[in-house]
Design a protein around this ligand. Structure first.
Ligand code: AMP
Length: 420
């Protein structure tokens, strides 16, 4: 056992996956998750992820060596700044750097300064001007609320009427302060891939590429969700794309962020569209993705702790993450009945005993009530499996899904089918 005390902030499937991985580190003495879920129950501390001052107090009292932040909200609220001020080591971007996710118009201005390939866009604060612009460019086009809207502030309008209505939906209060400013974008066509990178402010190391399934229903139909499943690697991705994305997107972003005095340390998560003209950047996120992290951690061979540590010391170029290159990983999200609309809570769940190392059940919205495992959120479990091929990984994941007793759970049967 090592001597490092580590705190993970958050309570989703992403945080369980990070805790699962860190718990295997020989450098760890003790792990804490605030507030965690039923999957991280061994390590849980009852402090909400938004309660920054309590988290700082806890970290000081428990002599935490490194804190790792899962969700975007505490990052945008300045958790990293507060920890640094208290002399605590923390992995993640400052409030100023987290603007890359917190504001779409800020992200676009950085893309412009860094000459990053992205969709053409314009920003509006007045709905009549926005509508005139929509009429000029026509449909399809994409409307984005400027601020954080929990993945729901984007309208992909395939016709003019939807686009004009969308301007009102976003700007007339439906999205609160997030919708005061509106970004209107050119529609891009292609397959989407997520690439997460460990960043130390100057340099970066990419993780393995992932494909997400954002829509609620099979065949990419239905409402947008936080993510219904992932797999890695997507066969459409090539080594050349990886090199190009690092050269043309990641490093220029880090350079511009540094030059403006807001260097980016933490996970830079690129939402990419693979267009006929090459990869273009749709958006930045400033943290590990959920459910991307579940497959990324399953495929990570190296110890995670030294990678995070190196980022906090500006030494990421001295470490090289190793991956299970031969393996494909799939994560199928099991959600509550009704998700992503109003959903049931408190559904009792029974999990089977796992055999071997190929599968893992990551908890998200789970809790324990009177000794019984129950659902507490929308996305409840992330059934993750590894295989030598995508077919094999899918087979293992769904075999496990079928053994889980979770009445009326909502999940997709086609996670990873895009890659077959
Ligand atoms: P974002 O939050 O910016 O990633 O947008 C959410 C989703 O909307 C993306 O995952 C895409 O599926 C879609 N989207 C965003 N921007 C565009 C675009 N310019 N062209 C086509 N689809 C887009």
């Amino acid at each position: 056992m090592g001597n490092k005390r580590v705190l993970i902030v958050g309570n989703g499937g992403r945080e369980h996956a990070l805790a699962w991985k860190l718990a295997q580190s020989p450098e760890i003495e003790r792990l804490f998750v605030a507030p965690g879920n039923a999957g991280t129950v061994l390590w849980n501390v009852p402090i909400p992820a938004q309660d920054i001052s309590e988290l700082v107090k806890f970290a000081l009292k428990e002599k935490i060596d490194l804190t790792l932040v899962g969700p975007e909200d505490p990052l945008s609220a300045g958790i990293v700044d507060a920890f640094l001020e208290a002399g605590l080591r923390i992995f993640g971007p400052t409030q100023a750097a987290a603007e890359l996710e917190g504001s779409k118009s800020f992200a676009k201005s950085i893309m412009e300064s860094a000459k990053i390939p992205t969709a053409k866009w314009a920003t509006f604060e007045e709905s009549e001007q926005a509508k005139d612009y929509v009429r000029t460019i026509g449909a399809p086009c994409v409307l984005k609320a400027d601020g954080l809207a929990a993945g729901k502030g984007v309208i992909v309008a395939m016709d003019l009427e939807t686009a004009l209505r969308g301007v009102d939906e976003i700007m007339d209060g439906g999205f609160g302060s997030a919708g005061k400013k509106l970004v209107i974008e050119e529609f891009l066509e292609g397959q989407e891939v997520s690439l997460l990178c460990f960043c130390d402010g100057v340099a970066a190391r990419p993780m393995v590429p992932v494909q997400d399934h954002k829509r609620a229903l099979e065949g990419d139909l239905g409402l947008n969700t936080g993510g219904m499943g992932t797999y890695s690697p997507p066969p459409i991705w090539t080594t050349e794309m990886g090199t190009k994305v690092m050269r043309d997107i990641v490093f220029p972003t880090l350079r511009v962020m540094s030059e403006r005095g807001t260097p980016f340390q933490g996970v830079l998560f690129l939402g990419l569209m693979l267009t006929e003209q090459g990869p273009k950047l749709l958006e930045y996120n400033v943290r590990f993705g959920d459910p991307e992290t579940q497959v990324v951690m399953k495929r990570l061979k190296s110890d995670l702790l030294p990678l995070l540590w190196a980022c906090t010391e500006g030494r990421v170029s001295e470490v090289m993450p190793e991956w299970n290159e031969e393996e494909v990983a799939v994560c199928v999200v099991m959600a509550a009945p009704g998700y992503p609309l109003a959903y049931a809570k408190g559904v009792p769940i029974h999990l089977p005993e796992l055999k071997g190392q190929d599968t893992v059940i990551f908890h998200a919205g789970t809790g324990i009530s009177e000794g019984q495992l129950v659902s507490t959120g929308g996305r409840v479990l992330g059934i993750t499996a590894e295989g030598q091929t995508l077919e094999e990984a899918r087979k293992k994941a769904y075999a496990l899904v079928d053994q889980i007793q979770f009445p009326k759970a909502h999940f997709r049967r086609d996670i990873g089918v895009k890659g077959l």
